[in-house]
Design a binder for this molecule. Sequence first.
Ligand code: AMP
Length: 437
Amino acid sequence: MNDVLPDEVGRWQRVEQAYARTMSLYGFREVRTPYVEPTALFTRAIGEATDVVEKEMYSFVHHDEPLTLRPEGTAGAARAYIEHQVHAKEPVSRWWYGGAMFRAERPQRGRYRQFYQLGAEIFGDPGPGCDAEMIDMLVQLLGELRVPGVQVYVNSLGGADTRARYRDALVAYLGPKAASLTPDSQRRLGTNPLRILDSKDERDRAACEGAPTLHDFLGADDRAHFEALRKHLDALGTPYTVDPRLVRGLDYYTRTLFEIKGAKDKLGAGDTLVGGGRYDNMLADLGGQAAPAIGFAAGLERLLIASELEAPAGRVDALVAPLGDTVGAALGLARELRRSGIRCECDTRGSTLKSQLRRANALGARVVVIQGDTELAAGVVQVKDLDAHTQETMPRDQAIRVVVDRLVAASRSVDSRRPDATTPTPVPPAAKPGGEA
Ligand code: AMP
């Protein structure tokens, strides 16, 4: 579990803001569900024989009530959808969420015990149109987040009956080779044989070579659904690879399944940025009205490892530097600048001009407004532009307008150089507030 210090939070916020913007552009609305849910919700939704439920959940019993810190977001969203009878209010619901998830995994790069996911669900649309749109939306988002080397993998798991028939065929194929499997996979042969296909171990991979693929077992409807998904992705020009071995770790998927990976040189083994798929049976399995559903989750830390987005520039736009006995007036000046949208600090330490200028540099300020006793008496300030290397004395009110104009111009030129820049654009000066200084 990690601390995220303020120096890093800027990049987190840029990704979170880009995500929230993308979601609203696609008509998704944010949902917030609890961090703790009854343990039974996860065992029923995710599946008893999955790694997450078997080994990774932080579960505890409080006053006889078994509870678990949420290991993923879909189960809670589905529970909320059922509990609030959302299906009766609208035919299709598009929800997004973001927040911490908890899994007791072996920590490594890109794999943590408290990690953050950005996810979304669509309830009520059987696809495959929305499946294709969801995958394409993620590709667009990753482009905006400047993630290089994005690769999309898709597969179809068919319905529950396909899985059952395939499971039998896989067990029949792997059974005689059981001795060559890893101990984990030998165990999975009895509990969750599909997961053996997911194993990274060479012994398991060799044993699976030549195994029947799920596609041979897809029914006509499932096959048509998958073909239509591919057709829509082709129409959108979204590149993808069909990976018949893709199964993923959560048991609830049906039909469409996808993963999006980033460049291995940055991410190493944890190169899966996004995982998602359809789970058309979950709502009914959890006791709700049957409704088709699809969702995904992206690992925020992994997006941050993969993304080439830089931290937003500068902590403040301006520093107000009082000298002598002028702190009260300087605080009023800073307050007025902030009303005009200028991010600023007022240096209230009572230190020398030299040390205040050093601080302005450290904060990334572009302008320093200096006010000493003589200036205060004359109703003027000095505006020092650290980029243009100029310093001018001017009346206080004029200084506010000049600072705002310069910073608006500066942020425009930054915006035109870097389309993703998130330096806030200062708003034009407010009508002159009275009673200050
Ligand atoms: P899942 O919920 O297992 O389908 O995972 C979806 C995505 O969440 C993965 O592709 C990762 O990007 C991220 N993720 C899952 N588990 C972890 C973890 N322990 N630490 C960091 N990111 C994770």
